[in-house]
Design a protein around this ligand. Structure first.
Ligand SMILES: *[C@@H]1O[C@H](CO)[C@@H](O)[C@H](O)[C@H]1NC(C)=O
Ligand SMILES: *[C@@H]1O[C@H](CO)[C@@H](O)[C@H](O)[C@H]1NC(C)=O
Ligand SMILES: *[C@@H]1O[C@H](CO)[C@@H](O)[C@H](O)[C@H]1NC(C)=O
Ligand SMILES: *[C@@H]1O[C@H](CO)[C@@H](O)[C@H](O)[C@H]1NC(C)=O
Length: 235
């Protein structure tokens, strides 16, 4: 776990470097935001400090929406940092530390989508954006599973997930139906298919997670952290 100062400096640096996307012509914003699944936060943030700048076209709007999501995620990460002292015990502190890392990862992913020098394909953009959204959900679930006190959840509520959902809808990557062979998508390798088809997958598994202690690890988190330290090229 990195020292807390690390997160503060990430926040300060990024908020200085980010060009603010807030401030567009109100009527223009209303009509563009109406094309998204969550028009309210879209309008709310884009029309702060209205100025006479118009959103040109759909690619321009997608870019602005992704920048807005990045901007709000950066601000939410700072709010998340401030929650630390409110954690009542070690478990909550652990959930909070996970959230900080998940937010950091989310910001990196969103940054990838707004960085036009990388020239991401629509499909890649869709992948990064949905991963970013999943991270935020994981953070929330972590706290809910611990039976988080009522005063914490409102403090965690921000509009970031809604804003990312908007960018996913605007990006409109076409979903390709996978082709199947023997009941598995063709990208599943024969060896993996055999593993998934065995009647006792636990006997061929590298790691078994079981809450009752009968496996190698009690939590998925511990197993993942152990897996990340393994060498070799296995899946
Ligand atoms: C996004 O990435 C660029 C470099 O590609 C970096 O300079 C910038 O600080 C990053 N912004 C955030 C918010 O992480
Ligand atoms: C989220 O967006 C709504 C508008 O849809 C706004 O009223 C609210 O203040 C926003 N919440 C935060 C934490 O920014
Ligand atoms: C806003 O800009 C448009 C075109 O750039 C211009 O026609 C219009 O008069 C401007 N409105 C105001 C209030 O400055
Ligand atoms: C970005 O990639 C697309 C295809 O993947 C290509 O047609 C386009 O020319 C590329 N643009 C730049 C600026 O490299």
């Amino acid at each position: 776990m990195a020292p807390p100062q690390f997160f503060i400096s990430v926040f300060l640096v990024s908020s200085f470097l980010l060009p603010s996307v807030l401030g567009y012509n109100a009527n223009n914003v209303k009509s563009w935001c109406s094309k998204t699944p969550n028009p309210q936060p879209c309008e709310y943030f884009l029309s702060q400090n209205p100025i006479n700048t118009t959103i040109r076209d759909e690619p321009d709007f997608l870019k602005i929406s992704m920048q807005l999501a990045l901007e709000r995620a950066t601000s939410a990460q700072n709010d998340m940092y401030l929650l630390g002292p409110k954690c009542r015990n070690e478990l909550e502190k652990a959930a909070w530390a996970d959230c900080l890392q998940l937010y950091e990862l989310t910001i990196l992913l969103l940054n990838k989508t707004v960085d036009y020098s990388t020239n991401l394909s629509k499909d890649d953009t869709q992948t990064w954006l949905s991963t970013a959204l999943t991270n935020l959900e994981t953070c929330r679930t972590g706290f809910i599973e611990l039976g988080v006190p009522d005063y914490i959840l409102p403090m965690m509520s921000n509009n970031v997930s809604k804003l990312i959902s908007n960018t996913l809808a605007l990006n409109k990557a076409t979903f390709k139906e996978p082709t199947y062979k023997d009941g598995f998508p063709t990208w599943v390798k024969p060896g993996d298919r055999k593993l998934l088809q065995t009647s006792s997958p636990a006997s061929s598994a590298n790691i078994v997670v079981a809450q009752d202690g009968s496996g190698n690890y009690k939590t998925i988190k511990d197993a993942l952290s152990a897996a990340s330290k393994r060498s070799g090229s296995g899946r």
